[in-house]
Design a protein around this ligand. Structure first.
Ligand SMILES: *Cc1c(COP(=O)(O)O)cnc(C)c1O
Length: 369
C-alpha cells in the first residue's frame, strides 16, 4: 500500500482473535483435521441462525450454491433467475452446473431481486430463482416465494452476505428449499474460507452430504457421483468461535448504521424495508453527483470505501453474448445502482471517533459535486 494515511479506516476488517487461533491450534494438535466432529458441531450450532433447519457445511459459499443446484438436479436446458447486481459467484454457480442464467432487475430501495421482474422472467424452462440478500438486506421473500409457488420454481437463497438477516421474523436461509451462506474473511462471520447450506428437508440435506463427499456416506460405498467440497475441522473450529460473536457483531453493525443514518445528509442512506432485519454486511449509500469525485474525497479523508459492484454481472465478459455485447436484458435499476453506490465502513471494530470521521467525510464528499 502506498500513500495510505496512518489513520486510514479500512472498508472491512476481518477478525482473527486469540480464541480463533487457539481453536485452530487445538484441532491441529489433535491431528484430526479433516471433516469431523468440529464440522458436525458447527452444523448443529449454525442451525440456530436458520430457525433450526438442517445445516451442511462446505468449503465455500460458491460451493454451497453449486452443490445446492446439483442436488436439485439443475443442469443443461434449465434456466435459473438471478439478479445481475451481485457478486459473480451468484451467476457462476448456475453456469458451473451447465444451466442458463436469466437476469432479473432489482428493487431500487433494497438492491435485491424485484418480485415482479422475477415473475416477468419466468419461461417454460425456468426451474429455480436465486434471490441474493445483498449487503445484508433480505430480499422480498414473501413475494418471491409466492411467485415461485405459482410457477413451481425452487428457491435458492444466496445468503452469503446476510447471516442473521430476516423478514417478518423469519431468518434468511429459512424461506427457500435451501439457503447458502459464505464464511469468507470479509463476511459478517468467517471460517477463513467456508460455506453452509440450510434446508428444512432432511432428504435434501442427505443428498447434499453425499454430493460434498464423493457420493459416500460409508467409506468406499459410493452411492452417487459427488465432488469434494468438504469443510476442514480447522475451519469449523474457527467458525464456531465466530458464531458465538455473531449476535454481538451484528448489533454493533446495526448501531453503526443507525449512527451513520442519523448523520449523513449529503448522500442517500440505505433504506430498510418494512419488517426487514438488515445486518449491514455493507453500509451502501447512493451518490447523486460524480461518484469518482466522491470516492476520491473519501479516500483523501482516510475513509476506506468501495463499489460493490461497479459492473453488473450481465456486463461481465463470461455473460456477454456471442457478439461480445450484453444480452437483451432490460435492467435499469441494476445499471443505475452500479453507477451510484458506494459502500462505507460499518464493521463492528469501528470506534465512535471513526464513525464521526466517516459521517463527516461522507457529507463532504456528497456535497462535492
Ligand atoms: C461472497 C459471496 C459469495 C461466494 O462466497 P465464497 O465463500 O467467497 O465462495 C456468493 N454470493 C455472494 C452474494 C457473495 O457475496
Amino acid at each position: 500500500m502506498t500513500g495510505q494515511r496512518p489513520d486510514f479506516i479500512p472498508p472491512a476488517r476481518p477478525i482473527i482473535g486469540e480464541a480463533e487461533i487457539e481453536a485452530a491450534v487445538r484441532v491441529l494438535r489433535s491431528g484430526m483435521v479433516v471433516q469431523g466432529p468440529e464440522v458436525a458441531a458447527f452444523e448443529q450450532e449454525f442451525g440456530e441462525v436458520v430457525a433450526g433447519r438442517h445445516c451442511v457445511a462446505v468449503n465455500s459459499g460458491t460451493s454451497a450454491l453449486q452443490l445446492t443446484l446439483l442436488a436439485l438436479g439443475v443442469g443443461p436446458g434449465d434456466e435459473v433467475i438471478v439478479p445481475s447486481f451481485s457478486f459473480a459467484a451468484s451467476a457462476n454457480a448456475v453456469r458451473l452446473v451447465g444451466a442458463e442464467v436469466v437476469f432479473a432487475d432489482i428493487e431500487r430501495d433494497s438492491f435485491c431481486l424485484d418480485p415482479d421482474a422475477v415473475a416477468a422472467a419466468v419461461t417454460p424452462r425456468t426451474v429455480a430463482v436465486m434471490p441474493v440478500h445483498l449487503y445484508g438486506h433480505p430480499a422480498a421473500m414473501d413475494k418471491i416465494m409466492a411467485v415461485a409457488e405459482r410457477h413451481g420454481l425452487a428457491v435458492v437463497e444466496d445468503a452469503a452476505q446476510a447471516h442473521g438477516a430476516g423478514l417478518h421474523g423469519t431468518p434468511v436461509g429459512a424461506f427457500g428449499i435451501a439457503g447458502c451462506f459464505s464464511f469468507y474473511p470479509t463476511k459478517n462471520m468467517h471460517s477463513l474460507e467456508g460455506g453452509m447450506i440450510s434446508t428444512a428437508d432432511a432428504g435434501f440435506a442427505r443428498t447434499l452430504r453425499l454430493l460434498r463427499n464423493q457420493g459416500m456416506e460409508q467409506r468406499y460405498a459410493n452411492e452417487i457421483v459427488g465432488a469434494n467440497m468438504r469443510m476442514t475441522d480447522v475451519a469449523a473450529a474457527i467458525g464456531r468461535v465466530q458464531l458465538t460473536q455473531l449476535a454481538e457483531w451484528t448489533a454493533q453493525r446495526q448501531a453503526n448504521a443507525k449512527y451513520l443514518d442519523s448523520k449523513i445528509t449529503n448522500m442517500i442512506t440505505p433504506p430498510v424495508a418494512d419488517a426487514a432485519r438488515h445486518v449491514y454486511h455493507q453500509y451502501t449509500v447512493r451518490v447523486r453527483g460524480d461518484r469518482d469525485a466522491a470516492q476520491e474525497r473519501l479516500t483523501e479523508q482516510g475513509i476506506g470505501n468501495a463499489v460493490y459492484y461497479p459492473t453488473p454481472i450481465h456486463r461481465l465478459k463470461p455473460y456477454l453474448g456471442a457478439d461480445g455485447r450484453p444480452g437483451p436484458w432490460e435492467l435499469p435499476e441494476t445499471d443505475r445502482a452500479a453507477a451510484e453506490v458506494i459502500s462505507l465502513p460499518v464493521h463492528p471494530t469501528l470506534e465512535q471517533s471513526d464513525l464521526e470521521r466517516i459521517a463527516d467525510a461522507a457529507n463532504l464528499a456528497g456535497g462535492a459535486q
